[in-house]
Each structure stands twice: as C-alpha cells, then as structure tokens.
Design a protein around this ligand. Sequence first.
Ligand code: PFF
Length: 454
Amino acid sequence: MLSQQHSDTQEPREGFASKVGFIFAAAGSAIGLGNIWRFPWLVGAYGGAIFLVIYLAIIILVGITMFMGEVTLGRYAQRSNVGAFKKINKSYAWVGGIGLIAGFMILSFYSVVGGWVIYYFIRAIIGFGITDPILTDQLFGGFISNPILPILFHAVFMALTIWICYNGVKNGIEKYSNIMMPALLVIVVILAIRSMMLPGAAEGLRFYLVPDFTKITSKTILAALGQVFFSLSLGMGSILTYGSYLGKKENIPQASLMVPFMDTLIAFTAGLVIFPAVFSYGFEPSSGPGLTFVTLPAVFSEMPMGNLFGSAFFFLLLLAALTSAISLLEPIIAYMIEEHGWNRKRASLTLGGTIFIIGAFASLSMGPLSGFKIADLVFFDQLDWISNNLLLPIGGMFTALFISWIWGTDNALREVTNDGLLKFDLGNFWANIMLKYVAPALVFIVFLAGLGLF
Ligand code: PFF
C-alpha cells in the first residue's frame, strides 16, 4: 500500500504491499487519457500506421529502458523525484526540477480533458442519441468552446484530484486499480469488436495498421517520442516515485516489462475502437484532440445498450484519468513537503489551485481565447507540446545520463538485481548500452531533428 509522504525521514517508509500493488499503481499512472484520447488523435494527425510503427519502436528502444531506470533509481534512493537525485549528487537536483515543471504543465491541460470526460460520462448516462457525425462534432465543438461549462467540469476533476492527494494516497490507488484496469481493458476490447463490425471498418483498419513509409517526418518521430514519455509517465518522476515504494525484494525488470506492455495494449486497442469508426462515419482522422470525443458518441448511439456501455466506458476512463492525475500532482506535493517543509494541506491546495487557474486559461483557449496563438498553437496546445515534446524527453534524457554516468551503471545494476540475488541476463546490455548510450542518444537526435535543427 502507498504511504503518505513523510517529511520526517526518520520514520520508516511504508511501501506497496506487493509487487502486484506496484504494478497496478504504476499502471494506474501510465494508463489514462494518454491511451484513449491522446494516442488516437496523434495517430490520426500523423498519418496513421506509420505513427504506430514508430511509437512501438520507441517504446522498445527507449521506453522500457527508461522505465526500468526510473524504478531502479527510485527504489535505491527511497525518495521521490528531486530528493532521489539530491541523495546521489546534490548538484543534479535540477534534473528532477525539469520533471516537476513538466508535471505542473501537463496536469493543467490534463485536468481540462478530465473535465470533458466527466461531462461525457453524464451525457452517456442520458444517452447521446446522435448517430449523425456532423452533430457529434457540433456537440463537442460547442461544449469545449463554451466559456463556462468546461471550466466547471475541469474544477470538479481538479477538486477530486486535490482531495485524493490531500488525504494521502494511501488506501486508494492499490485497492481499486486492481479492478479498474482489467475492467477498462475488457470494455475497450468489446468496443473494438463492435467498431470493427461497422460498415466500412476495413478502411479504418488499413489506415491504422498498414504503414505508408513516405509519410515519415522528423516531426512524426518527435511526436511519437513525446507520446511514449507521456503515456508511460516518464521523464517527470512519477515512476521514479512509485519505484521508491517498491519492496527491496521485488523483481524490477519483471515489473518494468508488465506496465509498458499493459499500457501499449490498451492504447493499441483504443486505436482499434477509434479508426474503424472514424472511417465508417466519415470523420476526418486528422481532426485533432477531439477525435475520440466525436467518434465515440456516434458508436454508442447506434450500438445496443449504448447508454450502458457508454456510461461504463466514460466512468472507467474517468477513474483511469484520476489515477494518472494523482501521479502528476503527488510528486510536486511531495517535493514541497520534503524539500520546502510545507504541510500536505497547504501543498495540495496551493499547487492544485494554481494548476486549476492555468487549466482554466487552457480551456478558454479552445473558445473565447482561441485567437491568441503562438506558432499557430493555442494555449492548450502549447502546454501540451512544450511539456510532452520538450520537457519530458529532456528530463528523461538527463535522467538516463544521470543514472548511467553520475550514479554509475555498476550501482544501477546492483540495485536492479537486488544485490546480485536476481538473475537478469540482459542487465549489462540494459545498463551499459541502452541506458548509457542508446536511449539518451536517440532522444537527443529525435529532439534536435524534431525541432528542425538538422
Ligand atoms: N501517462 C498518463 C496517460 O497516459 O494518461 C499521463 C501522465 C501521467 C503523464 C503521469 C505523465 C505523468 F507523469
């Protein structure tokens, strides 16, 4: 079980009851809006299957390596984000700092989308009753551009997140993640089957599964890299912090394979729901952040027991979004408590409140403030782009470099194998090749190319 963070480091640190607890909590952080909302819209916007292929390659080359790195560092240090870096070398606290800023920015827009989910959950209970794609499009566009309504729902989502963090994360995550994640997977699979039976679904499957290699651009690769970090909750200390709660006897490599696997499975299946429907209803796959929200109501409206499936789906998505949101807020709270002596109440309310206000502007940028653009992006998209495509990869790259060059691969290997007790055949390859060279170099190259620097 997760404990509340203690400012008093003398107290023994509670951890998860079991490895399964860690897996579910880390999966709770990883699985969220990123899988069901952000992944399909990026696939659609960046040319379909080619994005999927690049995404999978990056998960294997960078994602799993980094994930294991963060868990290992966290468990060794027994501290959350910034503290873990400090414990090893005081001058590198800033690496954790990059992640904290990213988390702050991500939660600001994440909570707005969380608010959309609450609204759609309520609409789904009533029943959407609209099979006409033009109308589901209008429903979504009308809702997010409203100056008040989405901010109210964003407030509810943020209040829930603050409330859970304020009461301490204990008793929560581990318990209901056990039921929620498998339930979400089951319902996504049912929806995928339904969606693939729609007339014209094959064209959607082709778009999603048959890559067109002429569509590769450096921007596509950067977007896929950003999505890997976002979806696996890497680069901002969430996984590092959960790693610090993992028992010293547990098998880190095993746990670190399970979570990316489940995360990728859910994102992949979400694509099987969205794209057949997108093509069947004649939506534009590249329509952006609204893709999931315009497609699903049409699916639910024409399917038997659509109200039931629709409301169950949005409810599970809401829970998945909340467990991710907690993992975004908790490291920042833990930092203010551990490093600046704030109490939990002050940290939750002040940080949560500030994030709410920034998020309110992000919401307004979809409507009344949509005229204010920088580099053709409204404020909502800027928060998303800067945090995911810049801060997470940079934070992640420095984390990998920090682990392998500053802390040292020997130390990392000792921790990951539980002091040599555990057999991890690929350990050397992981530490001395992937973490030390391949992952940071790839991130660096993709990053520079994506920015158009070469
Ligand atoms: N991984 C979450 C998702 O896919 O929805 C979002 C997220 C959570 C990103 C925590 C980053 C993070 F640290």
